[in-house]
Design a protein around this ligand. Structure first.
Ligand SMILES: O=P(O)(O)OC[C@H]1O[C@H](O[C@H]2O[C@H](CO)[C@@H](O)[C@H](O)[C@H]2O)[C@H](O)[C@@H](O)[C@@H]1O
Length: 241
């Protein structure tokens, strides 16, 4: 059965978790080529006020990267697929450093392949080199095996990340904070990494909103694209004022 459009009243008394790429900003050819719509930061600021601070961006990007894109706005960010919840991150293991050297070599071999290094892992992008998909998958899988980390597939990307957390566990942790407890979680996302978040908000009695085409998902509602997300968030914000 097709997923319904969420009602604009859904955010009343909610705790809101928002994915970044593909949800708040349209997908671009490269991670550094995204554009922030002029209305996005004012919208996030209004949401933050309407929700009394219960707003967190939960992104696959490094937290510092997301903060740089939304500056000067200050909103809570859980980066690296939810694993960067605080300000401190442990140094990379020797095995991961060795794996990154291997991935840098692969980037040098394949024109268009892009390695995005992050504090806790890395993303190997093949959007500009679709023919390198199998090589990227194999390289990232090899690093996962040698480090005990896990592969997170995404939109034209294979990522390597620690296996002991994801967007779902981040939302679970944040929902235990005193200012979130007792509120209903709502999570909006588009990619496979967001399914962990959809499953957790469903289990907590909240709602997951899938952005994009229908698919097998733990989300309960759907919005078509980034533009529709912005419109819906604006309407939901109006409802709360
Ligand atoms: O959880 P998100 O905030 O959605 O982050 C997921 C990954 O998004 C970025 O990659 C994706 O967006 C890029 C820019 O539009 C695009 O070029 C790429 O093909 C997509 O996979 C980001 O670069 C990754 O680090 C995030 O994990």
């Amino acid at each position: 059965m097709p997923l319904p459009t969420p009602p604009p009243t859904l955010l009343r008394d909610a705790a809101l978790f928002l994915d970044f790429d593909g949800t708040l900003v349209p997908i671009a050819d490269r991670p550094d080529a995204i554009t922030i719509a002029p209305g996005l930061l004012p919208l996030l600021e209004r949401l933050q006020a309407a929700l009394a601070g219960r707003l967190t961006l939960v992104s696959g990007r490094a937290a510092a990267d997301v903060r740089r894109w939304i500056a000067p706005l200050e909103v809570a960010v859980a980066g690296s697929h939810g694993l960067e919840l605080g300000t401190k991150t442990a140094p990379r293991s020797a095995a991961l450093e060795e794996g990154l050297r291997h991935l840098r070599g692969l980037q040098a071999e394949h024109a268009g392949v892009l390695l995005e290094e992050k504090p806790l892992g890395a993303a190997l992008h093949y959007r500009e080199a679709p023919g390198a998909e199998d090589a990227c998958r194999a390289a990232v899988t090899r690093v996962a095996l040698s480090t005990g980390m896990e592969v997170q597939p995404g939109k034209m990307v294979f990522e390597i990340k620690p296996a002991d957390g994801d967007k779902g566990t981040a939302i679970q942790t944040l929902m235990q904070r005193p200012d979130h407890a007792g509120h209903r979680p709502v999570f909006i996302g588009d990619d496979l990494t967001d399914e962990h978040g959809f499953a957790v908000v469903r289990d907590l009695g909240g709602s997951g909103i899938l952005v994009g085409e229908e698919r097998d998902t733990a989300a309960t509602h759907r919005l078509r694209d980034v533009a529709e997300v912005h419109r819906w968030l604006n309407d939901a914000c109006e409802e709360m004022s």
